[in-house]
Ligand binder design. Structure first.
Ligand SMILES: C[S@@+](CC[C@H](N)C(=O)[O-])C[C@H]1O[C@@H](n2cnc3c(N)ncnc32)[C@H](O)[C@@H]1O
Length: 223
């Protein structure tokens, strides 16, 4: 374990010096506001899974769930997938034997596709506002592909913490190209310094392999 310039503990293979996503191809990244983002996902929903495989080579869903599973073995624990999209994380959870998970997303069209992918309940919600979920409702949360260009910033970590029970686990990804520029690195360290969570794992790993973009994968324990 080493530290980056700002003192955040990092796995030794986490090299933040390179930032490779220069093309910014995805229409969703360019959204200027929530209505545009909802519209962009409405247009993309039917092709999302295919593009993830064929165009982007997205591996964040299996990678996240694999890392999550390293820290959470009890398949009965109650999990929320925040920004569940079409349910690709749900499919991975189901494959690993998890059976008690819900999904929430900003886009009804994405949620519609997630039906039948193992979620107990799927509902609309906006992480940039207060989610329609009580405090301390879940044993764990996953949030994959949501902390990225034009989506959600580090100031909303607090909402994930709110809905997860003390000692619960949160596993999230951050696109490498917003990690430092949007202050995710500082926020993660700050929340640890004020005892909101303990960072269990942080690593840089493949994210969209066909775009040569990596992601930061983080697992924290709520204190
Ligand atoms: C890149 S997709 C990732 C979907 C899924 N987690 C996956 O890994 O395939 C981002 C998802 O986050 C959702 N999203 C974006 N902003 C959001 C917000 N403020 N609140 C809730 N969901 C949001 C989008 O609708 C979209 O389904």
């Amino acid at each position: 374990m080493s530290k980056n310039q700002k003192g955040l503990k990092l796995k030794d293979n986490l090299d933040l010096s390179k930032s490779k996503n220069e093309d910014n191809l995805l229409g969703v990244y360019k959204s200027q506001n929530e209505d545009e983002l909802i519209g962009a996902y409405k247009d993309w929903a039917l092709l999302y899974d295919k593009d993830n495989d064929d165009v982007l080579g997205t591996v964040s869903q299996p990678n996240s769930v694999k890392i999550f599973h390293e820290y959470l073995k009890d398949s009965k624990l109650k999990i929320i997938d925040v920004g569940c999209g079409t349910g690709l994380v749900g499919l991975e959870l189901k494959n690993l034997g998890f059976s008690n998970f819900d999904g929430i997303d900003l886009s009804q069209e994405m949620i519609d596709i997630a039906q039948g992918r193992g979620y107990n309940s799927l509902f609309l919600g906006n992480l940039n506002k207060s989610l329609p979920i009580g405090s301390n409702s879940y044993d764990a949360a996953l949030c994959v592909g949501v902390f990225t260009h034009g989506h959600v910033g580090p100031e909303r970590f607090s909402e994930l913490v709110r809905i997860v029970k003390p000692a619960g686990i949160i596993c999230f990804t951050i696109n490498e190209n917003v990690y430092e520029s949007q202050g995710f690195d500082i926020a993660i360290k700050h929340l640890e310094s004020i005892n909101i969570w303990k960072v269990l794992d942080i690593r840089k790993h493949d994210y969209m392999v066909k775009k040569n973009v990596k992601g930061i994968y983080c697992v924290v324990k709520v204190t």
